[in-house]
Ligand binder design. Structure first.
Ligand code: SF4
Length: 207
């Protein structure tokens, strides 16, 4: 792994008196002891603080037309850099992104500090997007909420460079431990960055 890999504290965590932490990034609201990882496998409690293991760990990246994404009528005719990371809070039957979304082995290596996965800073990702000639960045392949710390940092930089951003999740309504706290918070942040919310067309969840 590159030397600049960093563990970043999970946003929207609650620290309990007994050393456990509650993650409020999605409806699982995992309550974790030291050493435990959340259902998504991407967040770990270390000595009473929750960290996102997958920050900056890009499991897949691809440049293509926005029309390839499962959304409609959003920036037609543009090219987008699609990126995703390991870890997902869903276990969908027939997931076509299994190797790059669950990625439990990769997350095990990250948790042990043995990963050789490429770490890409938000600055490097935005630079790569500009070099690729795309007009936007889409967070996809697994549920973007489980690496929201990275998504927000990239959105901040991307918007400053004139790129649009797009969160493509199977279940935006699920990315909230508390409807009024997390969902509204994510939506507000995405609006601030002009980021687009998109539900996967195959989502089984109510829209
Ligand atoms: S993102 Fe969801 S599944 Fe992952 S640790 Fe947080 S609450 Fe649990």
């Amino acid at each position: 792994m590159q030397n600049n890999y960093q563990l970043v504290e999970t946003r929207l965590q609650e620290k309990c008196d007994d050393g456990r932490t509650v993650c409020n990034l999605c409806l699982w609201r995992c309550r974790l002891r030291h050493g435990q990882r959340g259902f998504c496998q991407a967040h770990v409690n270390r000595n009473g603080t929750l960290y996102n293991l997958s920050y900056g760990i890009v499991s897949s990246a691809e440049v293509g037309p926005i029309e390839d994404k499962p959304i409609r009528h959003f920036r037609p005719g543009t090219k987008v850099l699609s990126v995703g990371s390991y870890g997902c809070n869903f276990r969908c039957t027939g997931c076509h992104n299994l190797e790059i979304s669950w990625g439990v082995d990769a997350l095990d290596e990250l948790a042990r500090g043995e990963s050789r996965a490429a770490f890409i800073t938000p600055q490097e990702l935005v630079r790569a997007a500009i070099a690729a000639g795309v007009q936007g960045i889409a967070f996809t392949y697994s549920e973007p909420a489980v690496w929201l710390e990275y998504v927000i940092d990239v959105c901040d930089l991307a918007r400053a460079k004139g790129l649009y951003t797009d969160r493509i999740g199977s279940e935006i309504g699920y990315s909230c431990g508390n409807t009024n706290q997390c969902h509204t918070w994510i939506e507000r942040r995405c609006r601030k960055f002009g980021s687009h919310f998109a539900l996967d067309q195959g989502s089984p969840w109510p829209r």
